[in-house]
Unconditional design. Structure first.
Length: 288
């Protein structure tokens, strides 16, 4: 997943978003705006996306960024390489491709809590696939009293420490497929009553078994809030998550209170990509 950066010549089939001459040398505002945090003191990096007509599968999307005078090609799913460059994740996914997922999920969760008469301050959240803290920032603003971030990549933890040091109460680098007894016990001690997982299921990211391990760390009647690509939900033969969500709901382990299809972001070709946001209440353990 975390491949080394490959220096490349800039291919012809790209459109440059910020050629060097157009890049103001001004420092980026370190204040957070609309939930997007910019790295303090970082000049805007020149970026280039593939030409608009070029169709790429979502897990093959890439961009070019000029770092230390060299154009480098980075796949979107090489998260570690992106997190290592301050402000790059925010710039490509939020400023340019208009990602809305953390906003949509936090608003849907806020609405569901209100409907249920639950104060957000009661939330003790595990944010699974937390990345560099974009979701945690929203949950903190919502009022969650305890926030634990978890990601499989040490680069995600390092970027969160660097860019959003006060968002999580604790941030753990963990593989939920292989939690040690000590790691599991530490999470049980947190008495979690909410799991969030945003844009991190499928595509070789968090597998269903890891999601279920996290689901079972949440107390009964706790909140399960996640987003996932719409086709992964619709196609029960093509994704383990479609079948999983269907069976969790149909046998009563999860009561879904909100299911909202929304535009997650644009593709590099400018085409809207749709996800579904689920908010539910855990009724029974996922793994008996
Ligand atoms: C698209 S990013 C989303 C990050 C964050 N949720 C957000 O919305 O900004 C997906 C994240 O899932 C993490 N991830 C992938 N596989 C994982 C796994 N097995 N366990 C935990 N995190 C994982 C990646 O490292 C990456 O940080």
């Amino acid at each position: 997943m975390n491949r080394p950066l490959t220096p490349t010549r800039k291919p012809a089939a790209t459109r440059t978003l910020a050629p060097k001459s157009a890049v103001p040398p001004a420092r980026v505002n370190p204040q957070r705006a609309n939930g997007v945090a910019h790295a303090s003191g970082q000049p805007r990096l020149p970026l280039a996306l593939p030409e608009p007509g070029l169709h790429l599968d979502q897990d093959a999307e890439w961009f070019l960024v000029k770092l230390d005078g060299e154009w480098r090609q980075i796949r979107f799913h090489d998260y570690g390489a992106i997190y290592n460059v301050p402000g790059l994740y925010e710039r490509i996914f939020y400023d340019i491709l208009k990602c809305k997922s953390p906003e949509v999920l936090s608003e849907a969760l806020a609405h569901a809590l209100e409907e249920a008469g639950v104060n957000p301050r009661e939330l003790r959240v595990l944010d699974l696939g937390a990345g560099n803290g974009m979701v945690g920032e929203r949950l903190r603003a919502l009022g969650a009293s305890r926030l634990i971030g978890a990601d499989i990549l040490p680069e995600a933890a390092a970027a969160t420490r660097r860019d959003r040091p006060s968002v999580y109460d604790a941030y753990r680098v963990l593989d939920f497929m292989n939690l040690s007894p000590a790691e599991r016990d530490a999470l049980v001690q947190e008495r979690l009553n909410c799991l969030t997982c945003v844009a991190a299921l499928g595509f070789g990211d968090i597998p269903a078994a890891a999601f279920l391990a996290a689901f079972d760390l949440v107390e009964r009647d706790g909140w399960i809030a996640f987003t996932i690509k719409d086709s992964f939900v619709q196609d029960r033969s093509g994704s383990e998550f479609a079948e999983l969500i269907h069976s969790l709901e149909s046998d009563g382990r999860l009561r879904i209170v909100c299911r909202q299809r929304y535009q997650h972001r644009l593709s590099t070709g400018g085409v809207p990509l749709y996800y579904v946001c689920f908010i539910g209440r855990k009724q029974e353990p996922a793994i008996p």
